[in-house]
Design a protein around this ligand. Structure first.
Ligand code: NAD
Length: 454
């Protein structure tokens, strides 16, 4: 046992620092980590996640904490500002005693924008990462899980792509280069300082949303990726889809990609975390994909079936820099991490549609006075109460937040009501996944958010 937290639950003694926590992948990771019992410290500068101006945290993370029934510690932190980063790390160490592992998601990721603003991408993604690893080391953490990408393979000479295939060749955009260069930096660091343990996870195409439909991908402006674009066409927010290239040497002439459900992707991170916690030292890369390629037309068909909406599309010329096909061999992650993706394209489209149709404007909402999320005071009290009760139940002292004037009866009432709601919601989710209707009388049960009351 170490740190200030008195551990009744051994995993809560493991402190996981998550950068880019408010974003698409980071928020799903925070939820999985909280659900698995870890203590989560979340950082984000909020350049790419939405926040209600009356709240101190991104909306995605507020929902994560309500879903998990546990609180995380959030810091608005800018990786490019080393002085303030060090100050935040000092506070983290004062409060938690240590950082065990860092999951590093923070980055800029828009491929097109990286071509028009290359310096911004190199500075943010590379200098930001260097600041982070120097600060981690200064405060005693030398374990890192890095968000890499299939883009590091460029246009692959052979398929499926394996981890020891060449990387860094013919990369067509600065974003992809930042992912490749960061991997090289992390590799060199692990060679030079053998007490570092770094796992770089090369994502193929993450799509999907948490099965609750409360968190998902919320692109700023016109989506860059196929599935969020298709979702907005299905929802009537965009008129039609342009399919770039119908003459590739693939099954139907359109580009083929390996799509992976966000829940599978995050399971891969939890496995990597368990792996790194077993004192892993060195540098390892793993592909995270399903190993199966779907064409653009197959994705459109699957989304049409999931949403029961028309998806108008038009096939146009190829887009410069695009490749014909990319899918991976994910067997190394299976052998060494014990991880395998289990969800297919129909699951991905179903969950994206569930998220998109409940949150037509993503996390941004119109004001609804009955929604818990629109009452910041009530929400903050509930989160504080949850934390206090959780700590009390585990028989440990509260260090996360100092809470004054707690009304014990109200506290129990809120907590138990939330637990009950969560239980029914989980049962309904299982029934929905099995293709069944919710149990009688439970059809309209929802967490107290306006987006759930549709
Ligand atoms: N989504 C994908 O398709 C995909 C594919 C491969 C790899 N990745 C990688 O996964 C990671 C997460 O991607 P995502 O889809 O969740 O992106 P995202 O934009 O939704 O999340 C990234 C988060 O990082 C934050 N951030 C950016 N720069 C920061 C900085 N300097 N300091 C602090 N916070 C900062 C942003 O505010 C955002 O909330 C990224 O590193 C991305 O390159 C994503």
């Amino acid at each position: 046992m170490s740190g200030k937290i008195d551990m009744a639950d051994p995993k809560s003694g493991t402190i996981v620092l998550v950068t880019g926590a408010g974003g698409y992948i980071g928020s799903h990771a925070c939820l999985a980590l909280l659900e698995a019992g870890y203590t989560v410290v979340a950082l984000d500068n909020m350049v790419n996640c939405w926040k209600d101006e009356r709240l101190s945290q991104p909306e995605s993370l507020i929902r994560v904490q309500i879903l998990a029934g546990r609180q995380l510690r959030f810091y608005q932190a800018e990786l490019l500002c080393k002085t303030s980063l060090e100050q935040i790390f000092k506070e983290i160490i004062q409060e938690f005693g240590k950082i065990d592992v860092c999951m590093h998601f923070a980055a800029l990721k828009a491929v097109g924008e990286s071509c028009s603003k290359p310096l911004q991408y190199y500075k943010n993604n590379i200098s930001g990462t260097i600041n982070l690893i120097e600060t981690l080391a200064k405060f005693g953490c030398k374990s890192l899980i890095y968000s890499s990408s299939a883009t590091v393979y460029g246009d692959p000479a052979t398929l499926p792509i394996r981890e020891n295939d060449p990387t860094g060749i013919n990369l067509t955009n600065p974003y992809g280069k930042t992912k490749y260069m960061t991997e090289e930096i992390l590799k060199d660091l692990s060679n030079a300082e053998p007490d570092w343990g770094v796992v770089s996870l090369r994502y193929f195409n993450p799509v999907g949303a948490h099965s609750s439909g409360l968190i998902g991908e919320d692109p700023n402006g016109i989506p860059n990726n196929l599935v969020p674009f298709v979702a907005q066409v299905a929802a009537g927010k965009l008129p039609s889809l342009k399919v770039f290239g119908g003459d590739y040497p693939t099954k139907d002439g359109t580009g083929v990609r390996d799509y992976i459900h966000i829940t599978d992707l995050i399971d891969g991170h939890v496995k990597a975390l368990e792996f790194i916690l077993k004192e892993f030292k060195g540098f390892k890369t793993y592909n995270l994909g399903t190993g199966k390629g779907y064409s653009v037309l197959e994705v459109i068909r699957a989304f049409k079936a999931a949403s029961r909406r028309e998806i108008p599309y038009e096939i146009v010329g190829r887009r410069p820099g695009d490749i014909a096909a990319s899918y991976c061999d994910a067997s190394l992650a299976q052998q060494e991490l014990g991880w395998v993706a289990t969800r297919d394209i129909d699951d991905m489209c179903r969950d994206v549609w569930n998220w998109q149709s409940r949150n037509i404007n993503g996390f941004k909402k119109e004001t609804d006075p009955n929604c818990l999320l629109h009452s910041p005071k009530k929400l903050e009290l509930l989160l504080s109460n949850l934390t206090k009760l959780e700590h009390q139940k585990a028989g440990r002292k509260l260090h996360l937040e100092t809470i004054d004037a707690i009304d014990e009866a109200k506290l129990l009432q809120d907590y138990e009501a939330l637990q009950k709601l969560q239980k029914v919601l989980k049962e309904n989710e299982v029934r929905r996944l099995e293709g069944k209707q919710p149990a009688s009388g439970q059809e309209n049960v929802s967490l107290p958010f306006c987006c759930c009351r549709q």
